[in-house]
Design a binder for this molecule. Structure first.
Ligand code: PLP
Length: 394
């Protein structure tokens, strides 16, 4: 088992002998030391239940409200529009159930390459409640066809919610949030953006770019696991998905994950404070790895947008023409201590063939390898990764 410990300069080091290179930051990211330091008092001294009336409880409640305030300021929305949840998955479920059960939507427009949290929830709503579901066409690079989205919106008077990824977790394609927002406004459709992979990596201004719902998960930007939030535009009055106590202004029952909320806030604020420098560093790693792979391995393709500048800067998904060696790559890289992803992780711990790559149709002959980066990765790690790829494939 690999145990990651951080030294004061934020560089991860590993307590076992073999060095590990972690290039699977779209799956999850390690906690920053500043984040665990911020959380610690809320795991130890400040343990009061935020619903308790005495000061131990009032203190934790106050810190939760401060976290809500600083997150809402960053997103340029109202404090009461941020509801803490347990994950991106819960946020997405909450939005989709509320759109149907509370806001009377009868139709959902989505895409075939959404995260399973969206696709499986929609399939359930379709099966159990007979909701109409339409899938927007994709361009060859996986970006959505905005003209087709406009046509779909025009084609029916049923109350509709559009639910789309801002950044695709497997191939890094980005949806133009302002264009989609404008289309939804024109056609009076609700809009949910799954920003799990992009929030804290891009500026999002919810006043300048009005959307109805947005989902976030703390562990994708060096915050803790088991905490997320959903933004619910104040004009949408929705009911809780989880019933019980009156936490989160009656919008999400259950005693709050106080340390998680504080950790999410810290990671969120750190990310926005260093956004430009983080982006420059990570983008350099991505372009360097891409360039090196292109120079060395001819039978490869780049999944997603062909202009690296126009896709999620944390994700590089390369297709290696399938042969016995490349099909073994995920396993061989693991043996060499390099963590990457080749599909979407499923609950059994194995990886399924990616529904995203399958939806792109043309590329079935290529073995996808998703490299995803964070501020903790270094150029030296990329050089080591290239050397290992050379050893395995050339
Ligand atoms: N949406 C996207 C785009 C994701 O990448 C993920 C997680 O990988 C989720 C939703 C689900 O988030 P969580 O792991 O917090 O449930």
């Amino acid at each position: 088992m690999v145990r990651i410990v951080f030294n004061i300069t934020r560089k991860p080091f590993y307590t076992h002998m073999k060095s590990t290179i972690y290039l699977d930051n779209a799956a999850t990211t390690p906690l920053l030391p500043e984040v665990s330091a911020a959380m610690r008092p809320f795991l130890e001294q400040h343990f009061g239940n935020p619903s308790s009336i005495y000061s131990l409880g009032r203190t934790t409640k106050m810190h939760i409200e401060q976290a809500r305030e600083s997150i809402s300021k960053e997103l340029n929305c109202k404090r009461g529009e941020i509801i803490f949840t347990s994950s991106g998955t819960e946020s997405i479920n909450k939005v989709l159930f509320a759109a149907i059960l509370d806001l009377n939507c009868k139709r959902i427009i989505t895409s075939a390459i959404e995260h399973h949290a969206t696709l499986h929830t929609i399939e359930h709503l379709q099966k159990t409640l007979g909701i109409e579901v339409q899938y927007v066409n994709l361009q060859t690079d996986g970006t959505i066809d905005e003209n087709h989205l406009a046509d779909l919106l025009k084609s029916s008077s049923l109350k509709t919610i559009v639910s789309l990824l801002h950044a695709n977790n497997e191939i890094g394609t980005l949806t133009n949030m302002s264009n989609v927002s404008a289309l939804c406004q024109t056609h009076k459709a609700l809009l949910h953006m799954d920003t799990v992979q992009s929030i804290a990596h891009y500026k999002i201004d919810l006043t300048a770019c009005p959307i109805d719902f947005l989902s976030c998960s703390g562990h994708k930007f060096h915050g803790p696991k088991g905490i997320g939030f959903v933004y619910v535009n104040g004009k949408n009055k929705i009911s809780p998905l989880l019933l019980g106590g009156g936490q989160e202004r009656n919008m999400r029952a259950g005693t709050e994950n106080v340390a998680g909320i504080i950790g999410l806030e810290k990671a969120f604020l750190l990310a926005y404070q260093h956004l430009d420098e983080n982006k420059a560093h990570i983008f350099k790693l991505k372009t360097y790895l891409h360039e090196q792979i292109q120079n060395r391995f001819s039978k490869t393709i780049l999944f997603g947008n062909q202009n690296l500048n126009e896709s999620l800067y944390t994700v590089l998904n390369i297709g290696f023409l399938k042969n016995p060696q490349t099909e073994m790559l995920p396993l061989s890289l693991d043996i060499e201590g390099i963590c990457i992803s080749s599909g979407s992780a499923c609950s059994s711990g194995s990886e399924n063939q990616s529904h995203v790559i399958a939806a792109l149709k043309k590329y079935q002959d290529y073995q996808p390898i998703r490299f995803s980066f964070s501020i903790l990765n270094t150029l030296a790690e990329i050089d080591q990764t290239i050397a290992v790829l050379d050893k395995l494939l050339n």
